[in-house]
Design a protein around this ligand. Structure first.
Ligand code: S3P
Length: 432
């Protein structure tokens, strides 16, 4: 494989992948630890903080709210200001490309006695924010958004009251925004989730001393509890590891060892799907850290059956569907999924971006309003890939390139910095 240039990267077929990979800290967990550490009392020290540009956006916003943060590589020290210590920002808070930053921070900002404005890049400025504005408005915050409920968002916070909210969309970001706002309310805020989503916020809240309870589909938080700063460790990012899990399975003769990967059961739908399909992924050395499960994964190349992804697995796979679509082309029966209309409002329209780029590589794909059908046993050929300014599309197609004939050019490849800055270097290392 030869890789060059910072704008475009060229990736060719690999004869095997081999080696050990340690991933950066989980992006979802890092956002949450940083936000909670900021409103806790005393100092927090977060180890293995995510190297992603998205998590840096969260840190930047928190600094603009008067929080002292020191970062040295993957260790972040945050001097918590307590529930009432955030300062009004002097300008707009820039969430960059990060949906988690803008949505979850909206929850905290709704509880503040000042006005804030949140902005984002071009992609974030097209994403729906009504889903957070609606419940937070019910709690008493005042929201203004641009056309169609997109950013910029202006929030007049303060004087919130508790609500019980049944989630109309499966979204951990929206759930988290409500729970974070609930910290500033006298009384109990309840969120009802029909479809369970990642529960890192609930785990972190409990760890830091919040008064939180869970019963079946309801999560309840009682406000005004004192949060305490902590020494925290972030497990490796399973959504980054997903690219190497898929690559290890579909590139012949591969053998990868992935270390310290976060295996919270609300995130492991990828393994629940791939193992019964014939994927040789073995989980070893399981341990619990800060209430989060992690372990090592051994991945060996496999013959994969493919088939239809059960709809109940889809919310738990949402970030992995682009790379799973690539995997689908290498299965016996191909891969079909429905119930994933959310993919149209991610960093790009991921259904359209995956279908377009798979076709560029010569694959047969059918696009539905809420899913894709990817034919199996496809011979991919090298092509020019347009990631549509989306990190996960760029990485998914770098994986496709490993099993394609000829060379693939991934345009705008530095997009990977959004979640996984070392992606291409890591891929090059295991491809030998
Ligand atoms: C995330 C939740 C998911 C996911 C995103 C990260 C989180 O989004 O796609 O990458 O950290 O809570 P939704 O909450 O919109 O489903």
């Amino acid at each position: 494989m030869s890789l060059f240039g910072s704008k475009s990267k060229k990736v060719s077929a690999a004869s095997r992948l081999e080696g050990t990979v340690q991933f950066g800290g989980d992006k979802s967990i890092s956002h949450r630890y940083a936000m909670l550490a900021a409103i806790a009392n005393g100092e927090s020290e977060i180890h293995f903080f995510s190297p992603s540009a998205d998590c840096q956006s969260t840190l930047n916003c928190l600094k603009s709210l008067g929080v002292k943060i020191e970062r040295k590589d993957n260790v972040v020290k945050i001097a918590g200001v307590g529930l009432d210590g955030l300062r009004a920002p002097t300008g707009p808070l820039d969430a960059g490309n990060s949906g988690s930053t803008i949505r979850m921070l909206s929850g905290i900002l709704s509880g503040q006695p000042f006005r804030s404005v949140l902005v984002g890049d071009e992609s974030l400025s097209r994403r729906p924010m009504k889903r957070v504005a609606d419940p937070l408005t019910l709690m008493g915050a005042r929201f203004k958004t641009a056309d169609k409920g997109c950013p910029p968002i202006e929030i007049e916070g303060g004087n919130l009251h508790s609500i019980r909210y049944e989630m109309p969309v499966a979204s951990a970001q929206v759930k988290s925004a409500i729970l974070l706002a609930g910290l500033f309310v006298e009384g109990q805020t309840e969120v009802v989730e029909k479809v369970p989503t990642r529960d890192h916020t609930e785990i972190a809240l409990e760890l830091m001393g919040a008064d939180i309870g869970r019963h079946q589909q309801t999560i309840a938080v009682r406000g005004r509890a004192r949060l305490e700063g902590k020494k925290l460790y972030v497990p490796g990012d399973l959504s980054s590891a997903a690219f190497f899990i898929v690559a290890g399975l579909i590139v012949p003769n591969s053998n990868l060892m992935l270390h310290n990967v976060g295996l919270n059961p609300t995130r492991t739908a990828l393994l629940d799907l791939l193992v019964p399909m014939g994927g040789r992924v073995k989980v070893v050395n399981l341990e619990m850290l800060n209430g989060e499960l992690l372990g090592d994964l051994h991945v060996d190349s496999s013959q994969l059956a493919g088939g239809e992804i059960p709809q109940e697995l889809v919310p738990g796979l949402i970030d992995e569907l682009p790379v799973l679509s690539v995997l689908g082309t290498q299965t016996e029966q191909g891969l079909t999924f429905r119930g994933a209309a959310e993919l149209r409002v991610k960093e790009s329209d991921r259904l359209a971006a995956v279908a377009e780029n798979l076709r560029r590589m010569g694959a047969e794909v059918e696009e539905f309003p809420d899913g894709l059908r990817v034919a199996g046993r496809q011979k991919l050929r090298g092509a020019e890939i347009d990631p549509h300014a989306d990190h996960r599309i760029a990485m998914a197609f770098a994986v496709a390139a490993l099993v394609a004939e000829g060379t693939t050019t991934i345009k705008d490849s530095s997009r990977v910095d959004i979640s996984f800055p070392d992606f291409f270097e890591t891929l090059q290392r295991v491809a030998g």
